[in-house]
Design a protein around this ligand. Sequence first.
Ligand code: ZN
Length: 169
Amino acid sequence: MKLELVKYPAPSLKEVCERIEELTPELREIIDNMVETMYEDDGVGLAAPQVGLQKRLIVIDPSGPKERTDLQVIINPEIISSEGSIDSEESCLSCPSFRCVIKRAEKVVVTGTDLDGNELRIEADDFKAIVLQHEIDHLDGTLIVDRVGRLKRAMYDKKIKKWQKNAGE
Ligand code: ZN
């Protein structure tokens, strides 16, 4: 089932998410739905708070959106080291019509747990490293709009207000 996406400026997107202590059947179902939602919306990653769940959980598939060969579910992901710096052009399913270029680490090492409870250690660079950083940012309440300059952010806020006004009329 495709889930409804939580969109900026929803306050819940700014919350720090809780760690997952137990993988319940309900949670597994949400994970299946998150993957479906990510694929249907042509995303390369999705974080739990984007579907209204304030838990530390992400799904990624950096092979997309055309191919779908590298699906990974990461529970309680954590960046344990990062190095280098690259310019990254990003967009976000929770920030419609917003694109920006921001700085990201070039390489990261991420730990976490998979669906079977196995410990993960993922060494990623380039695009996959960017996707991981973007999604893990969501778990700490950080969006790409929080990583751009004040002017660009203000322009986007203005655009959002206009949409909301138009939708309310
Ligand atoms: Zn995002």
